[in-house]
Design a protein around this ligand. Structure first.
Ligand code: ZN
Length: 310
């Protein structure tokens, strides 16, 4: 069955060790894959997710030891929203204080309690209290008790000059539907998908364009059930919107096409299959450095060049 919504979000960060410390220890996500950037094997590609790394829970990073900070602006993802059970907000408020994480007082948006904070690179994130999230699985063996654990993405908000052209791609190609307005934010929701089902468009008119760097989201990936569904989305994108996606690329854990949406954000469409258990068992996800077959022959050189993370 086709499930739409977010597959993963990929961002740029500072040192890998600091990134791992923040996401695995402070936020209690599971490192589900430790690999390298296939296009630049001297750099890690770290994937965090839920216990099994299901689509809609995957936050990934390209960590750079000496990264210049990014600047948020139009044509970028503004905030990455993470789901937690309603009763967990008190726990998280204390945890962010205790761990010296810069954060704002809880507010309400679209009728939900939102606790905004930033990671060590200034990436904007928010915990959103979602009724019923307590029934979704939380990682049973993480740094945060499972009752309070993050349940994957709630969604992302995108900062764009004009919402309409991006909205057309979301509704026409990516399977989302308009779901209300709150101030300058328009919400779009994937039918039948709880985890990662939301995109909020924040129309900011003549705001400055963003600059990619540490703390910036590099791209947002949406789900396709399989190659056929992905090809159909690419066809609609070209035919109805005049946007040509790239050729399909094999990312080992999913197969992807990429395109820049009209608002300027880099979008990807990634297949649900084969998933993160394709090259290591679920029980030991993220422990060993995994390389795709075409890089396996260079393992010793690659390992020697990567900074230690543990
Ligand atoms: Zn991606």
């Amino acid at each position: 069955m086709q499930r739409n919504g977010i597959h993963h979000v990929t961002a740029i960060s500072g040192p890998a060790r600091r990134n791992l410390d923040f996401y695995a220890r402070t936020l209690g996500l599971r490192l589900v894959k430790k690999t390298v950037n296939f296009d630049d094997p001297g750099t890690y590609h770290l994937y965090y997710g839920d216990e099994t790394g299901q689509p809609g829970t995957i936050l990934t990073f390209f960590p750079w030891e000496h990264v210049a900070p990014g600047r948020l602006g139009v044509g970028q993802a503004e905030t990455t929203l993470l789901r937690v059970p309603e009763r967990a907000i008190g726990y998280w408020t204390h945890r962010l204080i205790e761990q010296s994480v810069p954060h704002e007082a809880a507010t309400s948006r679209f009728g939900e309690t939102v606790l905004a904070f930033q990671d060590r690179d200034g990436m904007r994130l928010a915990l959103v209290a979602v009724p019923g999230a307590e029934d979704e699985p939380g990682w049973s063996d993480g740094a945060v008790p499972s009752e309070h654990a993050i349940r994957g993405f709630h969604g992302v908000s995108l900062l764009v000059a004009d919402a309409a052209p991006t909205a057309a791609v979301l509704t026409d190609v990516l399977g989302l539907a308009a779901a209300g307005t709150d101030g300058a934010h328009q919400r779009f929701r994937a039918a039948g998908t709880a985890i990662g089902g939301i995109v909020d468009l924040h129309a900011a008119g003549g705001f400055l364009a963003g600059r990619m760097g540490g703390g910036s989201v590099h791209h947002v990936a949406f789900r396709a059930a399989d190659d056929r569904a992905q090809a159909e989305m690419a066809r609609k994108l070209a035919q109805d919107h005049g946007i040509q996606a790239t050729a399909q690329q094999d990312r080992n854990y999913f197969r992807s096409i990429y395109f820049r949406e009209p608002g300027g954000v880099l979008f990807e469409i990634a297949t649900d299959a084969p998933g993160f258990a394709v090259d290591e068992p679920v029980a030991t996800l993220g422990q060993a450095l995994k390389l795709p077959p075409f890089l396996e022959g260079h393992r010793r050189t690659i390992e020697a060049a990567l900074p230690p993370v543990a």
